[in-house]
Ligand binder design. Structure first.
Ligand SMILES: Cc1cc2nc3c(=O)[nH]c(=O)nc-3n(C[C@H](O)[C@H](O)[C@H](O)COP(=O)(O)OP(=O)(O)OC[C@H]3O[C@@H](n4cnc5c(N)ncnc54)[C@H](O)[C@@H]3O)c2cc1C
Length: 265
């Protein structure tokens, strides 16, 4: 691991100023992804800007439309939050399914969204629920935020400060967990929202995507049977050491049906 400087800013503007002025600097939140990346020499920033001490970014608050969750809220906080369990229970269940206890007590929702791992869970929830990613500059609709493999709409010195989630009428999530990491081999989040049915899939390929085939089927009948036998084209799925594309395509329908059952439970 290359030597790096370490900064602990006290405010969001200070953190943003450091990111803008220290070349090759990177923000670090829970470090669950970034630290292994540094250890494996897949990144070598000159400085880490530690967000952990920034005030006010760990909150989980109720809004008339749903929830506002601070970027530094840890997965364990979301999983055990009464507010989340009441307003968007599928989101609490999703957070509780991430990794292991150590990952859930360090990893943050902002870090997960900024990282946009193609098998991560939160991006599926954000996209299906029509969340908005709040940064120090603007609010970015989830539809415009996820740009593919580890790519997002964030600018170089832009920080996620929170996420706002409209509460759905009902929602559910299901994933086949990689038995080692618990990342999704395929995960499907289904939501009946004020703007209709939205379905987002993670783990399938280069990043989270909506699935119009499932959305149309569920708009006609919000039942597991509506999607259980709907086959997506394997060409749209990735093959790797964890699963072949044809298996992932099969899993998509199975997980979609389970997610609907979860929403109806
Ligand atoms: C063993 C293991 C198992 C895991 N299993 C799962 C799983 O099942 N499902 C799942 O979804 N994830 C899983 N993860 C990932 C975990 O959920 C982390 O939360 C996530 O990868 C990153 O969050 P973090 O807070 O640790 O971010 P960090 O590692 O600190 O940062 C990740 C990236 O985001 C950037 N960043 C961090 N915060 C911000 C911010 N506020 N604004 C802008 N950029 C920011 C950093 O610069 C870095 O590029 C796993 C990780 C490990 C190590």
């Amino acid at each position: 691991m290359r030597d790096f400087a370490y900064h602990q800013p006290a405010t969001v503007p200070d953190a943003v100023a450091l990111l803008g002025s220290v070349s090759e600097s990177r923000p670090i939140a829970g470090g669950m992804t970034l630290l292994p990346t540094l250890k494996n020499r897949l990144a070598s920033p000159s400085a880490l800007i530690d967000l952990a001490g920034l005030p006010g970014l760990q909150s989980i608050e109720e809004r008339s439309f749903g929830l506002a969750i601070g970027a530094l809220a840890r997965h364990a906080d979301v999983a055990r939050s009464r507010l989340v369990a009441t307003r968007i229970p599928a989101l609490a269940r999703l957070a509780g399914s991430i990794g292991d206890p150590a990952v859930r007590h360090r990893g943050t929702i902002g870090g997960s969204l900024a990282n946009n791992d193609p098998a991560a869970d939160y991006p599926a929830a954000a996209l299906a629920l029509g969340a908005r990613i709040v940064t120090n500059r603007r609010e970015i609709p989830a539809d415009d935020f996820f740009l593919g493999l580890f790519e997002t709409a964030l600018g170089p010195d832009e920080l996620i400060t929170g996420v706002v989630f409209p509460a759905p009428k009902r929602a559910g999530y299901a994933k086949l967990r990689n038995p080692a990491s618990r990342y999704a081999v395929v995960g499907v989040f289904v939501a009946e929202t004020a703007n209709g049915i939205r379905v987002a899939m993670t783990g399938a390929g280069n990043g989270v995507v909506r699935v119009p085939e499932f959305e149309q089927a569920l708009a006609t009948s919000f039942a597991p049977e509506a999607v259980a036998h709907l086959r997506l084209a394997p060409d749209d799925f990735a093959s790797d050491m964890h699963a072949e594309a044809a298996y992932r395509a099969h899993l998509a329908s199975v997980m979609a049906a389970r997610a609907v059952a979860d929403a109806l439970a």
